[in-house]
Design a protein around this ligand. Structure first.
Ligand code: COA
Length: 157
C-alpha cells in the first residue's frame, strides 16, 4: 500500500460482502491466533448480533476494520476486534473505528463498550486509554496461544 497522507479524512461505514477478501487478508496479516475465519466474517455481516465496520479515506476504500458484538438482554457491547493496515497506522484510523464502534453501540442502546487486549499490546492499550477506556480486570491465558488479557471498558454517554 502506498503511504497515506497524514491529512486524509477517515470515514467509517458498515462492511459489505465485497469487503470479505480485504477483511480476511487483514485478519491474516494482523493476528497470529484467535482469528476470525472467512465463514465467521460472512455470518457476522448478516447477523443482528454483530456489526462489522470498515474504515476508508479518500480513494483508499479499505484501511481497517472493527467488529462489535451485541447480546440480547444486556446493555454491554463488546469490541471483538480492531485492526488498521500496518501501512496506515498512526493516522487516526483506529481512533475513527473505535469512535464509530461506540456510536454503533449507543444506537443499539448499549451503555458500556467492553474489550479484551493482550497485556503486551502497548499500541492498542494507548489507544483505548486515550479514548477513555478503564481497565477492569486481568485474565490469565485468555488467548489461544496462552497470552494474558486486560479487560477494558468505557461507559457510553
Ligand atoms: C491498535 C491499532 C488498531 C491502532 O490503530 P491506528 O490506526 O494506528 O490508531 P490511531 O492512528 O488512531 O492512533 C495511534 C496513534 O496515532 C496518533 N494519531 C491519531 N490520529 C492521528 C493523525 N490524524 N495523524 C497522526 N497521528 C495520529 C494517535 O495519537 C496515536 O498515538 P498514541 O498511540 O501515541 O496515542 C493498530 O495499531 C493495529 O491495527 N494493531 C494491530 C491489531 C491490534 O493489536 N488490535 C487490537 C487488539 S484486537
Amino acid at each position: 500500500m502506498t503511504p497515506m497522507p497524514a491529512t486524509a479524512a477517515v470515514r467509517v461505514r458498515r462492511a459489505e460482502l465485497s469487503d470479505l477478501d480485504d477483511l480476511v487478508a487483514l485478519e491474516e496479516s494482523t493476528f497470529a491466533t484467535d482469528r476470525l475465519s472467512r465463514a465467521q466474517y460472512r455470518r457476522h455481516l448478516d447477523s443482528e448480533s454483530a456489526q462489522v465496520l470498515v474504515a476508508s479515506a479518500n480513494h483508499r476504500r479499505f484501511l481497517g476494520t472493527a467488529v462489535v458484538f451485541f447480546r440480547k438482554g444486556t446493555q454491554v457491547a463488546r469490541l471483538y476486534s480492531i485492526a488498521t493496515h500496518a501501512a496506515a497506522r498512526g493516522k487516526g484510523v483506529g481512533s475513527a473505528l473505535l469512535a464509530a464502534a461506540e456510536d454503533t453501540a449507543r444506537r443499539r442502546r448499549c451503555r458500556v463498550l467492553r474489550l479484551e487486549v493482550r497485556t503486551d499490546n502497548t499500541d492498542a492499550i494507548r489507544l483505548y486509554q486515550r479514548l477513555g477506556y478503564v481497565c477492569i480486570g486481568r485474565y490469565d491465558r485468555y488467548y489461544g496461544d496462552g497470552a494474558d488479557a486486560w479487560r477494558y471498558e468505557k461507559t457510553l454517554d
